[in-house]
Design a binder for this molecule. Structure first.
Ligand code: FDA
Length: 582
């Protein structure tokens, strides 16, 4: 038929990146449709570790409370265990996701939110529900088939899978959030580095109450070293908590160069019994599937009016828990730019900054996640079990680490080092938070953030343009706000101090004359927001009369060390440049 449905933005996919994009578009009042191929959201738990930046996005969008209701709390995610089976010998633990007291301080100082665990099966419905309530037209069982674009928009051919009816959706922009096998990324011919399916993994979900074995060492991840655990997959066998402590997901590798293993209830039950070390357990197997480990990222994320976000542009193993977190932040970066162009606040050039800012992040996280998976080999080497396949031989080798011999001492020392290395997977705060943008949507003042002791492990807060707004608690005797709360997604925010009050008038004039949502906030005693712990004064890196211009996505776009003679002209020049309004 000739029927064409019109919208401003079409989002393909209801996973973390697509559902988040729709929610953000609706939050900003942009007309949008979200289509997804299946009848509902994710049908397996998949991604789960939800880091501080993703939680901040939820806080900004007013859904943090809803996420926390369905999440496993921060204090239950930490005691990551390495063992020969859940009921068997424990090799050691590592405190993860910022739960070790000295690291917890870093995490608490850097954000108002802490890492929690919420499986995709719980998160996606929250995102979809809120997007739909706020205006998104959601269409399930609707498949993207193809698109064409011209100077004014994109025409997308879609299929209603219930009725076999094909129709077209005409949008000004198309967001491809269609996952690791993205058709849209292929259709716009995005360039990729790396390879897909470099190792094989299987997921098995099951229910069994094993609280007695785990609730004294609460964690999301229990790593199991058994014969075959270093073949393919994500480094070693994994028993992952889905719900404490009766719903679980096992990840077990297989050799991708062999025919895929036959998975049935009996085979799945055997794997569950082996990894739990409970030969008589009768688990209820609730599902199983095979998936490939990928190491691939796009170096360009867009073409014309079409943008790809999420796994469509970065494909990697779950190590470091970066998948859905990064996907959500891609959308957070892109959506305000599309909204600014659609509403006439910004020139088209702003859209090109999406690739400039997010492609380096894609490369970084794919590289880190794959390296983390490979670094499990250090543990096998330390335990002297590399290449062993016989359980008795493995046990004998591992037992040598208990002996009072030079070899035993060397093994113990190697194991300490191998565990230390795992901090790069489980406490990689710098990878999680340290995105520094360099693009036309940032006006550099020639600085970069102060060097980190180790950029993967430690995040250094800074207001150097391109960095994320540092976190501090501010407010007054009745309210406690995070600095991010001062700069909501729907507007630009200029933050200054008592001596910089002239910026307020400058911001009001620039906002009115340029038609940009922009507000100034003065932090200081007797003002609307006070520096509750005197932290902000130490973090702002500009004089009290200086100013920080914060983008909707909380990155510092521009800063002024002091009050210039004409603050309005300075701010106008910055905004004009940042919004690509020539
Ligand atoms: P995602 O893949 O979630 O969503 C894609 C969406 O596009 C879906 O809604 C789909 O219906 C839709 N779609 C695709 N093609 C379409 C078409 N032609 N038309 C319409 N809609 C279409 N990560 C992690 O951190 N820990 C983990 O344990 C795991 N485990 C895991 C297991 C399995 C089996 C998979 C597939 C993935 C993982 N991941 C993971 C990765 C994690 O799930 C992933 O990073 C995020 O889901 C990415 O979110 P996206 O929204 O980008 O894609």
């Amino acid at each position: 038929t000739g029927q064409v449905v019109e919208t401003d933005v079409l989002v393909v996919g209801s996973g973390p990146s697509g559902a988040a994009a729709s929610l953000m578009l609706s939050e900003l009042g942009i007309d949008n449709i979200m289509i997804t191929k299946y009848r509902w959201t994710a049908n397996t738990p998949r991604a789960h570790i939800t880091n501080q930046r993703a939680m901040e996005v939820f806080r900004d969008l007013g859904i943090e409370d809803q996420v926390l209701v369905d999440a496993t709390a921060h204090d239950l995610v930490g005691d990551t265990v390495f063992c020969t089976s859940i009921a068997g010998e424990e090799i050691g633990r590592i405190r993860t996701w910022g739960t070790r007291p000295d690291r917890e301080a870093d995490y608490q100082l850097a954000s108002p939110c802490l890492t929690v665990d919420i499986p995709q099966t719980y998160l996606e419905p929250i995102l979809v529900r809120n997007a739909t309530i706020r205006g998104t037209q959601a269409r399930f069982s609707t498949e993207y088939l193809s698109h064409t674009q011209d100077d004014d928009g994109v025409t997308v051919e879609v299929l209603d899978r219930l009725t076999a009816h094909r129709y077209r959706i005409r949008a000004k922009y198309l967001i491809g959030a269609d996952g690791a096998r993205s058709q849209i990324a292929a259709d716009i011919d995005l360039p990729f580095e790396g390879a897909m399916d470099i190792a094989g993994s299987m997921n098995i979900t099951f229910t069994a109450d094993i609280a007695a074995l785990v609730d004294h060492r609460p964690s999301v991840l229990y790593w199991v070293i058994q014969p075959g655990s270093n073949v393919g997959g994500i480094g070693t066998g994994l028993v992952r908590m889905v719900r404490p402590w009766n719903e679980w997901l096992i990840v077990w590798g297989y050799d991708i160069n062999q025919p895929p293993p036959v998975l049935d209830d009996a085979a799945a039950t055997q794997i569950v019994r082996d990894l739990l070390g409970m030969p008589d357990l009768e688990p209820e197997i609730t599902g199983y599937s095979l998936w490939g480990v990928n190491e691939m990222y796009a170096t360009n994320l867009q073409r014309g009016r079409v943008f790809c976000v999420g796994d469509a542009v970065h494909r990697h193993p779950p190590s470091n828990g970066l998948g859905s977190n990064t996907s959500i932040q891609d959308s957070y970066n892109l959506v305000w730019k599309i909204a600014a162009v659609l509403s006439g606040q910004a020139g088209q050039g702003l859209l090109d900054t999406y690739t400039a800012e997010r492609a380096p992040v894609a490369k970084r996280i794919v590289t880190r996640a794959n390296r983390s998976a490979r670094e499990f080999a250090d543990i096998f080497t330390a335990l002297d079990i590399e290449g062993l396949t016989d359980p008795a031989e493995m046990a004998a080798a591992m037992n040598r680490r208990k002996e009072n011999t030079p070899e035993g001492a060397a093994m113990r020392a190697a194991l300490v080092d191998a565990m230390e290395t795992k901090n790069y997977e489980f406490n990689a705060h710098g990878v999680e938070l340290g995105q520094f943008y360099q693009s036309d949507a940032v006006i550099s003042d020639g600085t970069s953030p102060p060097p980190s002791l180790d950029p993967d492990l430690y995040h250094v807060m800074s207001t150097s343009p391109g960095a994320h707004l540092p976190h501090a608690w501010v407010g007054d005797q009745n309210t406690k706000l995070a600095t991010m709360d001062l700069a909501p997604y729907r507007r630009w925010t200029l933050i200054t101090g008592v001596a910089g009050e002239q910026w307020e008038e400058a911001a009001a004039k620039v906002s009115a004359t340029m038609g940009i949502p922009l507000e100034a906030i003065v932090i200081g005693p007797g003002r609307e927001v006070t520096d509750l712990y005197f932290d902000w004064a130490r973090l702002r890196e500009v004089g009290e009369a200086g100013a920080l211009l914060i983008r909707p996505d909380k990155h510092v776009a521009w800063r002024s060390q002091d009050l210039p003679t004409d603050p309005e002209a300075a701010l106008r020049a910055a905004m004009t440049q940042l919004l690509c309004r020539t």
